[in-house]
Design a protein around this ligand. Sequence first.
Ligand code: HH2
Length: 287
Amino acid sequence: MVASFRCKERTLVIGRRTLVMGILNVTPDSFHDGGRARDPDAALERAAALVAGGADVVDVGGESTRPGAAEVSGAEEIERVVPVIERIASSLDVVVSVDTSKAAVAERALAAGAHIVNDVTALGDPDMADVVRRSGAGLALMHMRGTPRNMQHDPRYDDVVEEVRAFLGARVAFARAAGIAADRVVVDPGIGFGKSFTHNWELLRHLGRLRDLGWPVLVGLSRKTFLGELVGGGGPERRGPPTFAAAVAAVLAGADLLRLHDPAEARPFLAVADRMRYGEASEESAR
Ligand code: HH2
């Protein structure tokens, strides 16, 4: 199925090849790239590298959501992301998303040129749906159990795939009822957000069941802790190979978009996955 994901005036084509959302955290404390993009110049340089590496979207985040991360005020988040989004939007030809759960931050980011709101709380802020609707932005709805502060305290589900599927279906219905168009929404199972390692694998194995909801599926697994276990522990810098292998597995299981720290390194792996999933046709649009 080929579909359009519309984000303001831009359109991303879903279903011809895997789309890549490159991660740009302008935070001091993100688990992998925290502190790297210290000022707007460094952030722009990093964004340009993500685009050169094949990112279709640059996802700018001003608040870490890693387990136990400190909360950041809206004003602080705006100060971090808005100048960076302005620079990217005026200098690079790329779709920009803002990774925020605050409507006030999303509003400023969209005015600065962002095209997508990546909301890990799936419209938890009561004002968010209206901000997204008015701007015509794309919207990523992610599943999370609890908050980043408490989400990894013994998460339990009877049937994680069914519960995540039901939640995402309900949040899409909520977004639609708030006036957000069907072709402006993607869903995300929220790997690592209130899930055990077993839950993460169960969700990845059954991405097709989420895909059956009828919306494009975004997956963020890049260098997350459950992959570290497979390479004998250590920090996120050791999790490149399992990230790329899991990225291939996720594409074959049904992921349409992947959120990645290293698009350039992932590229040959995704080329294999795309050839497997989409066949020869995927080559025409190869990055
Ligand atoms: N994961 C993170 C942040 N935002 N958004 C979506 N839609 N899906 C995800 O899986 C996802 C996300 C966490 O990763 P990262 O941004 O690398 O780290 P941090 O939260 O520490 O900034």
